[in-house]
Design a binder for this molecule. Sequence first.
Ligand code: G3I
Length: 376
Amino acid sequence: MSTTLKELVAQLPSTVKGEPRHIGTAVMPDMLMENAKYADIISTEFDTVCVEHHLKWEPMTKRGECRYDFTEADLIVDWALNKGLKVKGHTLVWHVTSPVNTWLREKTDMEIREQVRRHIHTTCGHFYGRIHSWDVVNEALNPNAQFAKTCFTSNKFTPEEFIGDSFRWAKLADPNALLIYNENKVECSTFAKSKAMYALLTELKKQQVPIDAVGLQSHFDASAVGWKRAATPQQMLEQIDHLGSTLQLGVNVSEIDVRVGKLPLEVRDLAQCAVYGNSMKACYQSKHFDGTTFWGFTDKSTWVTKFYSQDQPLLFDLELNKKPAYDAVFTALQELVEQQQNLEDWTQADWAPKSPNDSLLPSKQQKIADLPDWQV
Ligand code: G3I
């Protein structure tokens, strides 16, 4: 039976917090229900799913104020749990997918704050015990590394206050879930947004806000240059270790996809394999790295073609067959497993100096074995 991505990741050492790593994918309900091959690949290759759109505030309250429709989110969550997969909740508070243009629009600052509190308790309460981790707040920073001016930030509440409140409410609503701050363009510690995010996280930790981890979205364009250029694998590893060791936060790659549509056809696979393979090999080396979520796994269902242009950013093609990018990720994980195994073999190799008791006869060894440690 061929090994799968999740079987390789399961062989990697746990994180510094003693947690197993994960490898997952974002999921859309229609594909999951209509395409058996789509569903089979998810349950075979991944140990975690993330609801790509339907667990956000706006889609769940299309029927109006506080009239929740959890149907599509429940469908994905319960399918995943039935398959023994974990669920990463995405996302409780994001101005882009909150009902700011519908029933929330007329509300005052204080009313909005109360609505956020109610939303977090309602949603975390509904999914209680079914969601392993929550992206509590997503993308509070804008591309200029400033706090995005949204309905949640006002002259009454600083961004740190609304973000801190959101995490405190989530902790109250689901004390067992890991709570994550999720951001894009922060995969390298020297990026301007990374510095702004680091300052925010430092302040939140100082205020003892219950935040467990950070999500580095990692939406990469292999052809991008300048400030849009993707972080290198080494920069990602450095950023993960920096966030983990100085802020004691877990770090995950939360939404990776690698756009190649602007590259010449003949180099697209080469570039995509290099970015995926080398990034995965770097990230999973860190003891602070919790795991990866691909932002979809097939080019048949990717936000990129709707929000950018025709592209092939994922691991499986339009017919849901493995691409070279899948092989690059597989090989990277396999090499990490073998490196780890070699490490283990190496420490147990024959050359290792024998313990002083190895030369004793079995009976004597047995006798020593019966003694308490302090007498041997
Ligand atoms: O479900 C409706 C469908 O009924 C309707 O016919 C159709 C009309 O266009 O819209 C469908 O909803 C769309 C939904 O995706 C499902 O396809 C929404 O309009 C569309 O806005 C939504 O886009 C999602 C977007 O977040 C907003 O939720 C993308 O799929 C999703 O990939 C994207 O993901 C975000 C992360 O949450 C945060 N980080 C950035 C990332 C990419 O933008």
